[in-house]
Write a protein that binds this ligand. Structure first.
Ligand code: ZN
Length: 479
């Protein structure tokens, strides 16, 4: 999951936060009684119970526990009336992916609903309490995976059970996929896009619970992110070879110096700025809620046609995230050289990790890297096969549904389209030509990002709001 770091952003004045869970006093004692949009006590209990069950299964990527979790969710879905042939536990090893198809009338093409079951490891010694025990305290729900991305898995399963109980018949098939290894190999989603593709036949677009979300400042919602694009991951290995020799007789040619001179040139290079529909919208919407008028003006000037280069430079200097949104980046992440204290180095290696703007040619990035390093002694090898991921179009029909519901839940909070600088399973779905929208609707305090870290938590209110937002969003899109 990607979080969007931001600079200072203003808090809009608005009415009291519309609380969907006001009646759920047992879970949200801090909430005043508020309007309820169909989240009954029974439904909230179900959603919470599933969440707790998943948190307490330590589904570290690709371990057998992912199979346990997938089976537990499959059992619940079958018990709720989903036919066994529409519920799959399996896929790539160890077989801990869950796919479930909710059959509709077929008037429209299916929608894919995404989350991942796996979590990154968590050590008891690093945490203030047991990471794989579900814990509620002071309006928070704690546990490894609470934000990334078990809340998403829990609410997708709970909402499917709710629809089934209510006798809801969607006008299109709805397909939930909970993958087992998003945090590592993405093998589950790759399997689904390949060997398992019969399960997602005809999908029009995907909604991903593992991206998007919103930030809270002093408990008030600031922005609502819709992730519609991801950068492309591309790693290179650089190598310089040299005959070496005795360090008591240094020579002018030296593997380490040759490599580091090239890396210095890389460090000094800014890649060209390029905007797409998503990054342009990110800055334009961001300007609306930016509290610093100079930064807001730069956000608009940077996306002007023609762009203002000084504004771009100021934004890039002010915030590394803004810089990463505007351009491809390549950075040295590892360095290894030499074999003895008293020998001239015979090899020097560096790893350069690039995050390529979608739509840019990775071959072109490789050629540009060679041009920047500017030394024939440095050999460049690609470490991974990049998966191109075109930005998903901000389709007005879909965006208006997302936004109308956003207005019901979080009035006045602007939608900020975003491009992840990292990657999720959505990358592989976009690569297959299916648009993906990361719209977790999970709010958390600005700057308090605990995914992959210690004492991971989600607010009780945020969790139930997100679950109910998704319940209505998917229902609206399939009615
Ligand atoms: Zn995630």
């Amino acid at each position: 999951m990607q979080e969007t770091p931001r600079s200072s952003r203003g808090t809009r004045s608005r009415g009291a936060l519309f609380s969907l869970v006001g009646a759920l006093c047992a879970f949200a004692p801090q909430q005043a009684s508020g309007q309820i949009s169909g989240l009954s006590t029974a439904d909230s209990l179900l959603t919470r119970e599933i969440f707790a069950e998943l948190i307490e299964i330590p589904t570290v990527s690709s371990t057998p526990e992912t199979v346990v979790a997938a089976r537990a969710m499959a059992a619940r879905l079958r018990a709720a009336g989903f036919p066994a042939e529409d519920v799959l536990v399996g896929g790539n090893e160890p077989g801990g992916n869950l796919v479930v198809r909710f059959r509709g009338t077929g008037e429209q093409r299916p929608i894919l609903l995404m989350a991942h079951l796996d979590v990154v490891p968590a050590l008891r010694s690093d945490w203030s309490f047991e990471p794989f025990v579900f814990r509620e305290e002071d309006g928070w729900l704690f546990g490894r995976g609470t934000t990334d991305n078990t809340a998403g898995s829990a609410m997708l399963v709970a909402n499917f059970i709710r629809y089934r109980r209510e006798g809801f018949v969607p006008n299109r098939d709805l397909i939930v996929i909970l993958t087992q290894d998003e945090e590592t190999s993405s093998g589950g989603i790759k399997w689904l896009m390949g060997e398992g593709s019969e399960w997602i036949e005809g999908v029009e677009y995907a909604l991903n619970t593992d991206a998007g979300g919103g930030s809270l400042r002093d408990g008030r919602p600031l922005d609502f992110n819709v992730q519609a694009s991801e950068k492309v991951y591309l790693t290179f290995q650089l190598e310089v070879k040299n005959p070496g020799g005795h360090s008591s007789v240094p020579r002018k040619d030296n593997a380490i110096y040759a490599l580091t001179r090239g890396l210095d040139r890389l460090a000094a290079t800014e890649w060209p700025v390029q905007f797409n529909e998503i990054s342009r919208a990110y800055f334009q919407a961001g300007a609306e809620i930016e509290t610093d008028p100079a930064v807001a003006a730069d956000m608009l000037a940077a996306t002007d046609i023609p762009a203002n280069p000084e504004a771009i430079d100021r934004l890039a200097a002010a915030n590394p995230y803004y810089n990463a949104v505007m351009r491809t980046t390549c950075v040295t992440t590892r360095l290894e050289a030499g074999h003895a204290d008293n020998a001239l180095p015979q090899t020097a290696h560096a790893t350069v990790n690039c995050r390529v703007l979608p739509g840019n040619s990775t071959d072109e990035v490789a050629r540009e890297l060679a041009r920047i390093l500017d030394d024939d002694q440095i050999t460049i090898t690609r470490v991974n096969d990049p998966t191109p991921s075109p930005p998903s179009p901000l389709t007005p029909n879909l965006m208006s549904v997302i936004d109308d519901l956003r207005e019901q839940f979080w009035p006045g909070v602007p939608i900020i389209p975003s491009m992840s600088t990292g990657a999720t399973d959505g990358l592989y779905v976009r690569n297959a030509g299916i648009p993906v929208y990361g719209v977790s609707a999970l709010f958390g305090p600005e700057g308090d990002i605990r995914a992959h870290g210690r004492d991971e938590r989600v607010g009780v209110t945020a969790f139930f709001e997100s679950a109910q937002y998704w319940y209505l969003l998917v229902k609206t899109l399939s009615s």
